[in-house]
Design a protein around this ligand. Sequence first.
Ligand SMILES: Cc1ncc(COP(=O)(O)O)c(C=O)c1O
Length: 395
Amino acid sequence: MFQHIEAFAGDAIVALNEAFHRDLRPHKVNLSIGIYCDEQGQVPAQHAVCEAEQYLAAARQPKPYLPMEGSARFRNAMQELLFGAGHAVLVQGRVATVQTVGSSGALKAGAEFLRQWFPSSGVWLSDPTWDNHRSLFESAGIVVRTYPYYDPAGGVRFDAMLAALRELPPRSVVLLHACCHNPTGVDLTHAQWLELIPLIQDRQLIPFLDLAYQGFGEGIEEDAFSVRLLAQAGIPFLVANTLSKSMGLYGERCGALSVVCADDRQAERVLGQIKFTVRQNYFSPPAHGGQIVAHVLGDPALRASWVRDLTGMRERIRSLRRQLHTALGRKWAGSDFAYLLSQRGMFSYTNLSAEQVRRLREEHAIYLVKSGRLCISGLNAGNVERVADAIVAVQ
Ligand SMILES: Cc1ncc(COP(=O)(O)O)c(C=O)c1O
């Protein structure tokens, strides 16, 4: 019966990560997967999360199904993280928020909702973008195209991006990374976001923001700049967010999809339709991760502890960027690695070729993604010099 089933090509980054774990060289360095690791190479268990888990275990609550839209406490907490407590769109009840299976689930639920209600709209992704964006939208039946984004000479090809978006038919969906662009680390500046707003309004585009790294760029509030700007401008849009990275809850799969609407009645109908999408897929979201998040964000002391941990993660990433930059500058006079300092978040696009990435892996046991994406948090005081030596050696 299953004779004709073809092998799944797999996820390139997951496969690379598996190859790393099979590698027996003791000095190996994993700069591939998008998971935050500490100085010891471990995914840290945050104090606030551990406290919340103990509280939940002691409470011995029953485990009924959550409603299709998820827990109200979690959804409110997500809205406050995204928009800030008391934002007009929240007070006016204009945001439909659904708890989802990570932000992958949010992107997929959003894609299916758009496919159903904007059947002739395509989606435009930045070139490049997180690999899974394409397959999440394509599998929802949406035609995927790209707009110019990354400039290997530094920054964003902003004029080309604007020119491309200006040509899109009304109601086209434009996926935008709210901060800490994956894979490049290159973000739009505030001035560029401000320039984008009238274009989105003129062309009647539908922005779909992906906010996977809130708190990794400049700060929790600062990284929500684009979300709040669009809301302020009265633009209808979608936003997917997640606690995978910022609370280290990767495996708990807790994210959210929020849709900002014109008024509360619209938001109610949109919420109903997204619940319908959820019902068609998995009926209701997992509860545990959302309970942890709601408990942490609802308790002032635990929230403060989370903010401290996240600040520490962000500052460590920045410090590692500076360390790699200094080491490369010392080992390679005249080199220009200024991008390491200007890019934001966990990733840097290094402009290393696929061949150089292969040599780093085979000759130096240093694992990067084929595109040249380097996950900064895999660096530490013990390996940064060796990584810099190896990058110079493969030039
Ligand atoms: C840009 C971006 N969006 C979404 C996700 C999905 O995250 P999750 O499904 O764990 O919330 C990732 C994960 O790496 C990502 O980098």
